[in-house]
Ligand binder design. Structure first.
Ligand SMILES: [Zn+2]
Length: 489
């Protein structure tokens, strides 16, 4: 974490007191020198490709293609919001580092205490202290350490710093902090949010910063279908009593929100493979009725209905020119992932690309750990895009490896390099810094190793950091529509 410390020294002015002032200074650019490990006083040498690449990467705004951020006003409302278990510094560790802590041996009861709103924030360090040495160098923890450094001016979490971290947390967590952290400090143009509240589409109160996906899970996931048939049915005013009516509910969501949505998103790979085959409505209807009546379904019946609903929604998305984002690979959480099933994701994804050549598929998280197969998929299929969201903190070195290999194997216009994949906003900043550092290293290595020239490397930075997302997700057009979104008063 030498580099992190050097970033934190160099960006010490960015501690909370100076947060507002940094906005005008393009602050994320200040990290460039630190990213290549050079003393701040050393002038750039002509031909120093690492320096030039880092400067370009740290000075180029980035598009963030995947987050789970709750709206700022919901975050400020505190623990009444699902996904915000506590409203103190421990929240930063509640999304992902908590899993590392549990797998490193921390008892679940202690984790619950750590994330409890009833425990004094100052007392929380002692709960994680025995396990922190085991996790502090993982990508999950590095993102938090960088965020704490850049936001609060604290180099690391420890008994000695926890009070300062908590004071920083309170000072930063104020109205307007999403924009300050994401755009001001992170150099992030906009985020694409997959809202986890269960709404089919989240009417965000910050629609141009937190652009939203249409959430497919409520529409296609059979175990929760009965509940969502009620919820979405009453929202749309259509009673979802037949499969045809359920189609009409889905149509209602697309008709109402497709112009404002950036994509559709499904994380159903958490419960099954992506082996969706087209199933006709006549075969799916009796199973839909059984699901509504809460009758038990066989595995084959469940798959049949999910297959049918998946393709119904994918065809809708394609007709509305919305890319289809699919979770692939590694699972959040701990002690539950069926690793063998993940190995089938790239092959099944290839079948999807072949079955629907007009659909723009976005396969998320590089299918980690099966990223070589995802690369083969991206190289072979014109409609396969790879989103590196989350991968830089799952395994930073695999992500850098994927990035390098993608550039020399697949196509530079089908790669989305960054999504923080967080519910709390603060760690997005740490993740974004890791991504810029990783991309700068990857491009520098490609140049140093003779695989590409410096001008070619520099030319790739803007298209990859933001150009691809702008084009594939039609961001300029969405931005225009969202500026006058009807739910904004
Ligand atoms: Zn996610």
């Amino acid at each position: 974490m030498k580099t992190t410390r050097s970033i934190s020294r160099r960006t010490a002015f960015k501690s909370v007191g100076a947060l507002g002032a940094c906005l005008a200074l393009s602050p994320f650019a200040a990290k460039a020198k630190a990213a290549v490990g050079q003393p701040p006083s050393r002038p750039p040498r002509p031909g120093d490709s690492r320096k030039q690449i880092a400067d370009r990467v740290f000075n180029t705004p980035m598009s963030d293609t995947h987050e789970h951020l709750v709206d700022e006003k919901e975050r400020l409302a505190g623990t009444v919001t699902p996904g915000i278990p506590c409203d103190d510094w421990a929240l930063l560790l509640s999304h992902y580092v908590n899993s590392d802590l549990i797998v490193a041996g921390m008892p679940k009861a202690d984790v619950e205490q750590f994330l409890s709103p009833k425990v004094d924030p100052a007392a929380k360090w002692d709960l994680i202290a025995p396990y922190w040495p085991a996790v502090r160098n993982t990508g999950y923890a590095q993102a938090i350490r960088i965020a704490v450094s850049e936001l609060y001016g604290v180099d690391d979490l420890s008994a000695a710093t926890v009070a300062k971290v908590q004071a920083g947390y309170d000072k930063v967590r104020r109205p307007g902090f999403y924009q300050r952290i994401l755009q001001g400090l992170g150099g992030i143009e906009s985020c694409q949010v997959n809202c986890l509240s269960g709404e089919g589409f989240k009417e965000s109160s910050m629609p141009t910063l937190l652009m939203q996906d249409i959430n497919l899970m409520g529409m296609i996931n059979v175990p929760s279908l009965r509940a969502y048939a009620r919820q979405y049915g009453s929202r749309s005013g259509i009673e979802a009593s037949t499969l045809a009516n359920w189609h009409a509910v889905i149509d209602w969501y697309f008709a109402r929100y497709a112009q404002y949505a950036v994509a559709v998103k499904s994380q159903q790979a958490y419960s099954r493979d992506l082996d969706y085959v087209r199933a006709p409505a006549e075969r799916a209807e009796p199973v839909f009725q059984k699901a509504l009546q809460k009758e038990s379904l066989t595995a084959e019946e469940r798959k049949l209905l999910e297959d049918h609903l998946f393709w119904y929604c994918v065809d809708k998305a394609t007709a509305h020119q919305l890319p289809v984002k699919l979770h692939t690979g590694y699972y959040a959480g701990q002690n539950s992932m069926p690793l063998e099933r993940l190995s089938h994701n790239p092959g099944s994804a290839a079948d999807l690309c072949r079955l629907s050549p007009d659909t723009r598929f976005v396969f998320m998280h590089i299918g980690y750990p099966h990223y070589e197969a995802m690369l083969a998929l991206a190289k072979q299929y014109a409609n396969a895009h790879v989103d590196m969201c989350w991968s830089w903190i799952i395994n930073p070195l695999a992500a850098k490896d994927y990035f390098k290999k993608h550039i020399v194997t697949a196509h530079a216009n089908k790669l989305f390099p960054f999504g923080g994949d967080y519910m709390p906003v603060e760690p997005v900043l740490g993740h974004a810094t890791m991504v810029r550092r990783g991309i700068a290293q990857a491009l520098s290595e490609l140049v140093d190793e003779g695989w590409m020239s410096l001008p070619d490397a520099l030319e790739l930075v803007d298209p990859i950091l933001r150009g691809n997302a702008r084009r594939v997700f039609n961001l300029p057009q969405k931005l225009q529509a969202l500026k006058t979104a009807p739910w904004i008063k």
